[in-house]
Design a binder for this molecule. Sequence first.
Ligand code: GLN
Length: 492
Amino acid sequence: MTNITDLTLADLRDALKSKKVSSLEATDAYLSNIEKARELNAFVTVTADRAREMAKASDARIAKGDGGAIEGVPLGIKDLFCTQGVQSTAGSHILEGFVPTYESSVSANLWRDGAVMLGKLNMDEFAMGSSNETSYFGPVINPWRAKGGNSKLTPGGSSGGSSAGVAAHLCAAATATDTGGSIRQPASLTATVGVKPTYGRCSRWGVVAFASSLDQAGPIARDVRDSAIMLRSMAGHDPKDSTSIDRPVPDYESSLGQSVKGLKIGVPKEYRIDGMPGEIEKLWADGIKWMKDAGCEIVDISLPLTKYALPVYYIVAPAEASSNLARYDGVRYGHRAKEYSDVLSMYSNTRAEGFGKEVQRRIMIGAYVLSAGYYDAYYLRAQKVRKRIFDEFVDAFSKVDLILTPSAPSAAFALGEKSNDPVQMYLNDVFTVTANLAGLPGASVPAGLDERGLPLGLQLIAKPFDEETMFKGMYALEQAAAFKARPEVWWA
Ligand code: GLN
């Protein structure tokens, strides 16, 4: 049979259930891939012993004919999710050594369904970034390289450990989070499938907070089916998160393959931005044609406030971050400065040592836009524009069922290429932040390669809590794109 780690999550799930492979075999195979791929720096912590213990327990359940929906499947967990008894760093020095006494609800849901934890995946510090370069633990390297080149490319961010880990087959699938694009952009840059569900679909409890009104967990997986299986296990109402919504979680997998005939697909003209590479324009045109050929009706729509989305995001997200990150003061969590003279200098020295430059920049922007005298001009105004962006989507969704756009404005770029220019870096999120501001579900599906042989993704955005229609559309896109390329294994 094929290598266990080359099985999709769905195939592995079935092979485990029918006892063709054991969870321990699958777990050992992934641990060996992880060991060989140290150069990719996808994991901050590998929990090999715990993984084997969990795998053995899964095998015992399977032997008895028991077991959950993804019994025995080995997963990677983004290091933003608190995991009981296992260091959870959020990619930050300030949380180095922080071992939570509790488990995030999303990861607890995965263990309830039988999954096995391989370890904690690297990420941008506090999920702030688009290239993984703000991680205290160093950047993750994209398994994809340009044709004929060997320069190190970014796997995207902030969920770069998740995207690289899934693309390099270091785990069957991974958890990720998306505040402004951190699931969809890394998925686009690594030819993986990333799903950001509706705000409120997955519990935020136990997920280190960045910008609470935007943060949402979701999966990064190898294909659309795997992402549907993952989301079903991750999602669900949680009384411990007051923004979590009490609605039944559908079986997303059953949406796959359903006809998309007659679905109205909106194409927003404002997403055709200046300087967008021709290849992305072309990919978008391909996507439109694929949906049309599948029987969808293409509708030109206009979302004129799109141009304000990034500026609004870069006020709202830092404002919330400056408040959420106030708790890291050296008293309760992780790092504490060694040198200080009194409690105030202990706070400030700890924060100066513990937070990286990008996080400090966000805290300063956030504190500024919230300060007396500037609050109305920046924060309040941004909130008003955010509401109008939401209204614009409501209006668009009275005419269409789904919106189709590119996922990111470029393919993977080289490490170092944008890290000295925050504004260039922020522009990565131009197609993704809108869905966060409006709380809508959005997903990226691999759709093609650029001239250099690097992957590009297409995004579908759906109505709130209509992930099922989104999955139908994603599956149709996946079928039409027939994307089969894999990165050449140079790291093992
Ligand atoms: N790249 C965006 C930022 O830096 C989004 C990050 C995210 O979605 N977590 O804020």
